[in-house]
Unconditional design. Sequence first.
Length: 361
Amino acid sequence: RIHSHAKRRESLRRDNDDGIKLPLPASLARWENDVKEGSRPFLYTQYGEEDWKRHRSISRYWRHLGSMPSSRVVRALLAPCAFNMGMAALGCASKEYVDQLDLSSPLPFELTAAALGLLLVFRTNSSYSRWVRAQDSIAMVGARSRELVYLSYNIQDDHLRSQMVRYIVAHALVLKTALLRKSGLSPPEAELEDRMRADELELLRAQQNQPSHTLQVMTALLWQAGLTPAVHGRFLECLGSFASSAQALDLLYKAPIPLSYTRHTSRFLMLWTTFVALPLAHQMELMAIPAIFFISIVLLGVEEIGVQLEEPVSLLDLEGMVEDIVGDVDEASAARQAIQTVAAFKAPAPVDSNVSTTSYI
């Protein structure tokens, strides 16, 4: 019964979304896939000092204007903008009919402009908040991984400690792999092979939910470690943060903003930008054609950015997260060996016990 209900719900959703099927031409479909979807994994950016200086520079206005032809947002919106420009050209060619039908009044657009603005504001705010939650979740994984690496050196048993550290790294790797596969990417398999033993890797690959498996193994290792209650409790808190972050990222990927809101915004926006071309053509004549292009780019661009941010999982810097965790593990391992070397060093006993040990500066 549950399966039947899910199939019916999926069928209704697709019927609502595809009520009028307008297939894109093959060339336009490839263009959309290359420009919009193909570039998504590369949209995340890490800034340094020089990047921030350039970002704040007053020259950004001219620089951003000059980069409009290469903008992914602008290029992705060329099809609807061209349609609106065609509507403006039609309005210029049939100006007499537009006047006779009294379609040149801007009053309907003045009355609905505020509603359109609110729709766009709510859309971008909701999408940005989802992006922030995704960034916070992945940052939590990185922070808790680093904390667990240092907490694991409270484990006295060398075998348990090494296995715990391996699974801390493995959790980050399998989480990255799961998220990349959801985004349609194929992560390399060699990363796990370099970090885990053959028997551990075989058991891990047999699991359907690999991030959950790594958490279960780390929990089992924790109970065998015999740590103090304070360290044990902190370990459990970090593992709980792992589970919460994975659940939050999975929910962000599976649950979009209510589809009725997205559909209504798209319909309203497209109808508004299409028919506003008629009063523009009446007042501006041929200049309405470039004017409607820029109006469409501005309004449709805001909505397009919101839609792109709505699914933030494929925009996360997962590679950077894993590199930081692996680097911290290697650094902590080297530091532990150095500390053990220093701690094991015994200073030679003084030859004469009467010699003062006072330090002289």
